[in-house]
Write a protein that binds this ligand. Sequence first.
Ligand SMILES: *Cc1c(COP(=O)(O)O)cnc(C)c1O
Length: 373
Amino acid sequence: MEFRDLRKQHEVLSESIDAAILKAVAGGHYIMGPEVKQLEAELAEYVGVRHCLTCANGTDALTLALKAWGVGPGDAVFVPDFTFFASAEVVAAEGATPVFVDVSEDTFNIDPSDLERAIAEVKAAGKLKPRAIVAVDLFGLPADFRRICAIADAEGLLVLEDGAQGFGGTLDGRRACSFGDIATTSFFPAKPLGCYGDGGAVFTDNDEWAALMDSYRVHGKGSCKYENVRIGINSRLDTIQAAVLLEKLKAFKEYELDAVNAAAKAYSKRLSGAVKVPAIPTSAGSGWAQYSVLLESSEQRAKVQESLKAEDIPSMVYYPLPMHLQKAFEGSAGLRECPVAGSLCERVLALPMHPYLTEEQIDKVTSTLLAAL
Ligand SMILES: *Cc1c(COP(=O)(O)O)cnc(C)c1O
């Protein structure tokens, strides 16, 4: 069994994807070609924002947003303690200070109450200027943007939605990647919408920030590529990747998003009561980048993983370390106690999840897991 069966997906979509790749190759515009423009238009429409700009990966997408806002030394940026490293790495890379915020045990997403405490602490210390909040849509579920945006408004902070795992999620009838002042996503192959290499995108309704990010992604270009008005980066999407994504987006909209939701429902039906299954608030929908359950202890998790492995069932620990314990942040000014994040790292376990999971596979995973308990 595969954890995320990308080969199966290619098998199903191969006719259209292979033809799209060959067409892009024959077209001769290999970087930011016509398929890239078309993809940006389709993504902006799907998400429901004015601007989508693609780039080289989801990490660069976050960087482009921070550069457009001029986030740098002396700035505090609030980041959940339980996330993929890139969410915090980009903040430190710009010279700003990531301030870690605990998460909710129910949703795995940033805890708005601890966010308020963290902001108050930074203001009381008086050393850093609170600038922005990175709200991650972890495992596919949009963060609690109602409360996060209210806090940001009250405190004058910008909201950066890290939707690398969020694509396809919904909240209050709106799609993920539309909630932040700027939002980002990643097209890394294993993400909800993945390409055949690296890729990413930024989303915003703000014309000025969109123009700035368009400049930053091409070496700080001015009116043309060879007039450079700021120090930028080189972060573009290949035309072949856009061609792949256009085909995959069709399948995503037509049935893949429904299929992962059906798989999650089947998992939860069988597992709830025995382990803590993901809680999806009534106003929200998940794109199920991961289906993660919570065990009682790290010992119980190790036992379950062992049993799954014996049956050839892959499982993953996302994530084994909270940000505040990462060596790279040792001694950083933004370290805070985040007990929930620490506890999740010991107990969380992600099960195989993708649109092509069969009922038999779900049966096998759940019966093996239940037997191991
Ligand atoms: C994958 C991921 C990223 C980075 O995306 P890349 O395309 O791999 O650079 C950032 N944030 C989160 C939460 C992610 O899961």
